[in-house]
Ligand binder design. Structure first.
Ligand SMILES: Nc1ncnc2c1ncn2[C@@H]1O[C@H](COP(=O)(O)OP(=O)(O)O)[C@@H](O)[C@H]1O
Ligand SMILES: [Mg+2]
Length: 598
C-alpha cells in the first residue's frame, strides 16, 4: 500500500516481444484497493462472524506484511494503458508507441524513480523553454516537466473547488513560464512571452509581487479611479519638481499596504509588503499604472458608443440626425469630466425632446427600442466617465495607454506581465474583450504570430458564462474567439474556475492541457471527463488530494500524451515570503534614510 500509488507506472511484456527484442507495455495505476478475502468486497451475513473475521483480517495485514502466508490479502490495482512501450534490444532501451496488447498473466514490473522520470518526460525536447511544473505526488524524486509554449498555444484550464489552490497555481505557472523563457538560451526568436492577467478578485498584486518587480516590463493596471486609494492618485499627479515627492510616495505606499488583499498565509507578511509597494511606486519606473483607452476625441467616442439594436420607430431619421448633431458638436473635443458632463446633458435633452407630428407634440423617443438605445448610449458614456484618467492629470509614466500596450504585445524585445484590476467587474470584462479584439484584428492583418500572448482569466465563469448579456457577452465572445482561432496568431487562453458546469460548454473542448483538483460535484467532474475523453473513475484519486495536488493531463505540453499524471506543485506563498524576506534584507543593508519604514 505504500509502494504502489496512483501514478505508479507498470511494465508488462506484450505480444510484440520476441527473443531479439523485448517489448513491455506501460500502464499507469489509477486506483487501488486493499482486499481481504475473508471479508469479501461487501461484508454481509451473520454479524458475529463478520466482526470476528474483520478482527483476524486486520491482524493479517500486520503479521503478513512482508510475506503472504495465506492467500487472503491482496491489493487490487486498476491500471490504464499509456499507449507507450519500452523496447529492449542489443542497442539498449528506447521508448515507442505501444505495438500490441500486454500478455495476460505475465509478470508486472514496477518502474523505479529514474525510469519513471525518463518515461514521463520522454517527449520533451531539450532546446525548447521548459520548466518543472511539480513532482509526482507519490514520489518527490520524480520531477514532471512541462513545455510552456505548447501549454499556452493550445490553451489550458485549471479546475478545482474553492481553496484547492487555483490562484496559487496560476502564480506558480506564471513565475515559471517567465523564468523558462528568460533562461532559454537556444538561439530562437521566440524567447519572450506576454502575459495578461484579468484579476477579478484583486489578488495577483500580492501573488505575483516578485514577478512584478523583477520583470522590467511588468505592471498592475488599474482600470478605474475607485480601484486606487486617493493618496496613490495624488502621488501619480505630482510634478517631478515637487519637493514632497517622497512624502507623497510614503502616503501612497501606506494606503496600498492597508487596502491590498492578502491570502491568509501571507497576512503575517503584510508589513513587509511595505517594501514591495515602495519599489512598485518608483517615480520614474512605476509598476502601478492607470489604463487609458485610445478613443481619440469625444465626438469619436460618442459615435463608437452609439449602438442601437434594430429599428428606432417612426422618428428614426430625426433621432439619427440629432444623435449625429451631438457627436458632431464634440468633434475634436478632449475627454475631460467637463466635456463628458456636457455630452451627458445633451443626451438627457434628447430623452425629454418632443417633436411635432400631424400638428401634435409627441415624444421624440416614441418606442421602447429608441428609449433603450439612448439610455444605453448614456450609460456607456457614464461608465467611461468613471475612468481615472478623466478627472486627473496623471504624470505620463503612470499611464498605460491602449496603443502602448498593443504595440508592446507585438514586440519581441522583452517579456511582459500586466495585471488588470478594477473596482468594476463589468469594466474588467469590457477591457478584456477590447484588448482581445484589437489584438486579434492586429494579428490577423499583420499575419504576425509571435510573441505568444496569454489572456488569463481566473474565475472564468465570470468571463465565459453559459448565459451571457451585457459585458458578459463581450468577454465570452472574445474568449471563444481566442480559444477557437487564437492559436494560429499566437493568442492563448488560460482559464481557472470552480464552477465547470457554469462555463459555456463549447469552451470546454478547447484547452489541451488541464489541471484538475478536488471537485465535489459530480456534474463538474462529468463535464471535465467528457471534454478530455477520460472516464470519471479517473477522478477518484482527486478526492484524496491535498492543497497543491493536481491531476495534470495534456495532449501537447508534457512528455506523455493524454495520460493523467498526479503531481504536487509548490506553494506560491512560500516563494513570495522568500522574496519579501530578501527584499527586506536588501533595505536593511542600505542606509537608514532610504529605508521606506523610516
Ligand atoms: N501548492 C500549494 N501548497 C500548499 N498550500 C497551498 C498550495 N496551493 C494553495 N495552498 C493553500 O490554499 C490556499 C487557497 O489557495 P487559492 O489558490 O486561493 O485557492 P483557489 O484559488 O482555488 O480558491 C492558499 O492560501 C494556500 O494557503
Ligand atoms: Mg482563486
Amino acid at each position: 500500500m505504500n509502494l504502489i500509488r496512483e501514478g505508479t507506472l507498470l511494465a508488462v511484456e506484450n505480444f510484440s516481444s520476441s527473443p531479439i527484442e523485448r517489448r513491455y507495455s506501460l500502464l499507469e495505476v489509477v486506483s487501488l484497493l486493499p482486499m481481504h478475502y475473508a471479508l469479501g468486497e461487501r461484508p454481509e451475513g451473520y454479524p458475529g462472524f463478520v466482526v470476528e473475521a474483520a478482527r483476524n483480517a486486520a491482524r493479517d495485514w500486520v503479521e503478513q506484511e512482508h510475506e503472504a502466508m495465506e492467500e487472503v490479502t491482496k491489493i487490487r490495482c486498476i491500471a490504464i494503458p499509456t499507449n507507450q512501450e519500452i523496447r529492449q534490444n542489443s542497442n539498449g532501451t528506447s521508448l515507442d508507441v505501444e505495438s500490441n496488447l500486454p500478455m495476460v498473466g505475465a509478470r508486472v514490473y514496477v518502474l523505479d524513480t529514474a525510469s519513471t522520470t525518463a518515461v514521463l518526460n520522454y517527449g520533451i525536447r531539450h532546446h525548447q523553454p521548459r520548466f518543472e511544473v511539480g513532482h509526482l505526488t507519490r514520489d518527490s524524486q520524480v520531477r514532471v516537466e512541462l513545455v510552456p509554449e505548447e501549454m499556452l498555444r493550445t490553451h489550458f484550464a485549471i479546475f478545482g473547488f474553492t481553496g484547492a489552490g487555483k490562484s496559487n497555481l496560476i502564480s506558480t505557472l506564471i513565475y515559471k513560464i517567465l523564468q523558462a523563457y528568460r533562461s532559454c538560451t537556444a538561439e530562437r526568436q521566440r524567447s519572450v512571452v506576454k502575459i495578461l492577467v484579468f484579476d477579478l478578485m484583486s489578488e495577483y498584486a500580492t501573488l505575483l509581487s516578485d514577478c512584478l518587480l523583477e520583470l522590467s516590463n511588468a505592471c498592475i493596471v488599474a482600470l478605474t479611479e475607485e480601484t486606487l486609494p486617493g493618496a496613490v492618485l495624488t502621488y501619480m499627479e505630482a510634478q517631478p519638481t515637487d519637493g514632497n515627492l517622497q512624502g507623497l510616495r510614503r502616503e501612497a505606499r501606506r494606503a496600498l499596504v492597508r487596502t491590498t488583499l492578502y491570502p491568509k498565509a501571507l497576512a503575517a507578511y503584510r508589513a513587509k509588503f511595505d517594501y514591495f509597494w515602495h519599489e512598485a511606486l518608483k517615480y520614474q519606473s512605476p509598476r502601478l499604472k492607470v489604463w487609458k483607452e485610445e478613443v481619440g476625441d469625444l465626438g469619436k467616442l460618442l459615435r463608437s458608443l452609439w449602438q442601437p439594436r434594430g429599428g428606432l420607430g417612426a422618428n428614426e431619421s430625426e433621432i439619427r440626425r440629432r444623435v449625429e448633431a451631438i457627436c458632431g458638436a464634440f468633434n475634436g473635443q478632449p475627454l475631460t469630466q467637463e466635456t463628458f458632463q456636457r455630452a451627458i446633458a445633451q443626451i438627457d435633452n434628447l430623452e425629454s425632446a418632443q417633436i411635432q407630428r400631424n400638428n401634435q407634440n409627441v415624444d421624440l423617443l416614441s418606442t421602447t427600442a429608441a428609449r433603450e438605445a439612448v439610455r444605453e448610449w448614456k450609460e456607456s458614456l457614464q461608465e467611461y466617465a468613471k475612468s481615472a484618467i478623466l478627472s486627473r492629470s496623471l504624470q505620463p509614466q503612470f499611464i498605460l495607454s491602449e496603443q502602448a500596450l498593443l504595440s508592446d504585445l507585438d514586440s519581441q524585445e522583452k517579456s511582459s506581465l500586466y495585471v488588470f484590476q478594477s473596482s468594476d467587474p463589468d469594466l474588467l470584462r469590457r477591457v478584456a474583450a477590447r484588448i482581445g479584439e484589437k489584438m486579434f484584428e492586429r494579428r490577423r492583418w499583420s499575419g504576425r504570430i509571435e510573441p505568444l500572448v496569454l489572456f488569463l482569466m481566473d474565475e472564468a465563469d465570470e468571463f465565459i458564462p453559459q448565459k451571457a448579456e451585457g459585458s458578459y457577452a463581450e468577454s465570452r465572445a472574445i474568449a471563444m474567439t481566442l480559444a477557437r482561432r487564437g492559436r494560429k496568431f499566437g493568442l492563448c487562453l488560460g482559464i481557472a474556475t470552480q464552477r465547470v458546469r457554469y462555463l459555456d460548454t463549447s469552451i470546454m473542448a478547447q484547452p489541451h492541457t488541464y489541471f484538475v483538483s478536488k471537485m465535489p460535484r459530480k456534474s463538474d467532474r462529468e463535464a471535465v471527463a467528457e471534454a478530455f475523453g477520460i472516464s470519471e473513475e479517473m477522478f477518484r484519486q482527486t478526492f484524496k488530494f491535498q492543497k497543491g495536488d493536481w491531476l495534470l493531463m495534456s495532449y501537447d505540453a508534457v512528455g506523455m500524451e493524454a495520460v493523467p499524471i498526479p503531481i504536487h506543485c509548490e506553494d506560491a506563498n512560500q516563494r513570495i515570503k522568500q522574496f519579501l524576506d530578501e527584499l527586506e534584507q536588501k533595505y536593511r543593508q542600505r542606509s537608514a534614510q532610504h529605508a521606506p519604514t523610516s
